[in-house]
Design a protein around this ligand. Structure first.
Ligand SMILES: NC(=O)c1ccc[n+]([C@@H]2O[C@H](COP(=O)([O-])OP(=O)(O)OC[C@H]3O[C@@H](n4cnc5c(N)ncnc54)[C@H](OP(=O)(O)O)[C@@H]3O)[C@@H](O)[C@H]2O)c1
Length: 266
């Protein structure tokens, strides 16, 4: 769809990928309902976008409290009169091998990364169905939602669960003209590692310093609004990782063990 004047709910808008996406979409003429937990940085971001000529409102919401999703959709449609696109971007990580996994933290990550996005998709369906152009749902997953990493199983499981739910939804809502896309970033340079729960079983080298710039993911999200592609990868290496795993999963086991050793400070 043409992004101009589209009403977009964007979760996780104040940092990292969400922040870069907010700027990119505002420049392309989208009207944004910006979502994160902390109100001050959210209002500050909405102000910055206004100064640059964008249209954005701040709607503080905790995606880990699925009951808040209905309110978020209601406020967005009350302000803008319609809803075109939902971007489930908010997410947190949890580090640690299964043997060290804290159950309360694992449950919290599942609430934020899975139950929250599911609640938002469900709450958004009536508004998207009522839209004469239909609607688009974009879930920001991860390449490690397609193939788990050691010591991050608690996080990878949440992304895998959301992908499977989105696959069902895509077919359920096709006749209502609602499209569902998934974006799969690889490692991206954001505060994600610092914001994650748990701690690596073995400390990691330079978490958050490596990876693709968040602007690349933001550009891919804008392209996804334009071309509504089903599955979207950011770099050829991300695509090769997923394809390689599908073709040769045992080889990928060996590569990941080696990669993990290189990342760990021993
Ligand atoms: N960075 C990577 O390497 C990478 C790779 C693959 C996929 N991803 C995925 O990309 C998405 C964005 O990641 P990122 O790296 O940009 O993360 P980030 O830099 O840590 O930013 C997270 C954003 O989400 C918000 N947020 C966190 N918990 C929330 C909650 N309960 N409710 C609402 N908003 C919440 C934060 O604001 P508040 O704290 O104010 O709520 C912040 O704006 C996530 O889904 C992540 O899993 C990231």
């Amino acid at each position: 769809m043409n992004p101009h004047h589209r009403v977009v709910i964007l979760t996780g808008a104040t940092q990292g990928i969400g922040r870069a996406t907010a700027y990119t979409l505002a420049e392309s003429g989208c009207r944004l309902a910006l979502v994160a937990r902390h109100a001050m940085p959210l209002q500050q971001l909405a102000h910055e976008l206004h100064v640059k000529g964008g249209v954005a409102v701040a709607i503080p919401t905790d995606m880990g409290e699925p009951d808040q999703a209905t309110d978020l959709v209601r406020k967005t449609t009350a302000i803008f009169g319609k809803l075109d696109v939902v971007i489930n971007n908010a997410g947190i990580g949890v580090y640690g091998a299964l043997a060290d996994l804290n159950e309360a933290e694992a449950r919290r990550v599942m609430e934020v990364n899975y139950f929250g996005p599911v609640a938002l998709m469900k709450a958004a369906l009536p508004a998207l169905k009522a839209n004469p152009d239909g609607g688009l749902i974009i879930n920001v997953s991860s390449i490690i939602g397609r193939r788990s990493m050691p010591n991050m199983g608690g996080y990878c499981a949440t992304k895998g669960a959301l992908e499977r739910m989105a696959e069902s939804l895509r077919l359920e809502v096709k006749s209502a003209n609602i499209r569902v896309s998934t974006v799969y970033p690889g490692v991206t340079r954001t505060p994600f590692a610092t914001n994650s729960l748990g701690k690596p079983t073995v400390p990691l080298r330079n978490p958050g310093l490596r990876g693709a710039p968040p602007a690349w993911v933001a550009q891919a999200i804008l392209e996804t609004i334009r071309n509504e592609r089903r599955d979207v990868f950011i770099t050829w290496l991300d695509r090769a990782f997923v394809l390689g795993n599908a073709l040769l999963p045992s080889l990928m086991d060996r590569i990941l063990l080696q990669y993990q050793r290189l990342r760990e400070i021993r």
